[in-house]
Design a binder for this molecule. Structure first.
Ligand SMILES: [Zn+2]
Ligand SMILES: [Zn+2]
Length: 182
């Protein structure tokens, strides 16, 4: 390759890098304005301005999330994709009148595919109920080791006996959505 060729190649690389930087800057500025984020799993643009999305931390279509946290041992920020692995109910303690546990809100259990961290997250109003049921179905056949890890972390994974309550809570969300359309 001649001197000129090298120089042209260098210019080309520089241009590409600048384009790449501009793309990232645009993305960050959009995210800064809290308009939303791009799902790193299914690539859907996820708006943060839709109704009932105050607690949005995952994609409403595929329900994957992203881990934003510091890894102590590695001294770096983890930004691993978080896979939805199952459902649980928020712990609301014991009802002092009935002596029975209070029914908690339906939550999603996420696990980071990079560092393994488990986190529990609230559902947003426009999460796809079919996707939630799909996770529930998969979680019924969860590997034993993962089941035991959840138990150790005091997370109660939902089973077939919770199906009715899950469907009730998901249906209630649909009912709210229908009410808004009127
Ligand atoms: Zn997605
Ligand atoms: Zn992580």
């Amino acid at each position: 390759m001649g001197k000129k060729g090298k120089k042209e190649k260098k210019e080309e690389n520089k241009k590409e890098t600048q384009l790449e930087i501009r793309k990232i800057e645009r993305k960050i500025s959009r995210e800064k304005k809290k308009e939303g984020f791009q799902c790193s799993h299914c690539h859907a643009w996820v708006s943060l301005k839709a109704a009932g999305t105050k607690h949005r931390n995952h994609c409403p279509e595929c329900l994957w999330s992203k881990h934003v946290g510091r890894l102590e041992q590695l001294r770096e920020i983890c930004s691993g994709a978080m896979i939805p692995i199952g459902l649980t109910f928020k712990k609301e303690g014991i009802d002092k009148y009935t002596g029975k546990p209070r029914q908690g809100e339906l939550m999603i259990i996420h696990q980071c595919t990079k560092c393994g961290k488990i986190s529990i997250n609230r559902l947003a109003g426009d999460d796809n109920p079919d996707a939630v049921m799909k996770i529930f179905k998969y979680s019924l056949n969860m590997p034993k080791e993962l089941c035991e890890r959840l138990k150790k972390e005091n997370v109660d994974i939902l089973t077939e006996k919770n199906r009715e309550e899950i469907e009730k809570q998901l249906g209630f969300k649909d009912f709210i959505k229908l009410g808004k359309l009127e």
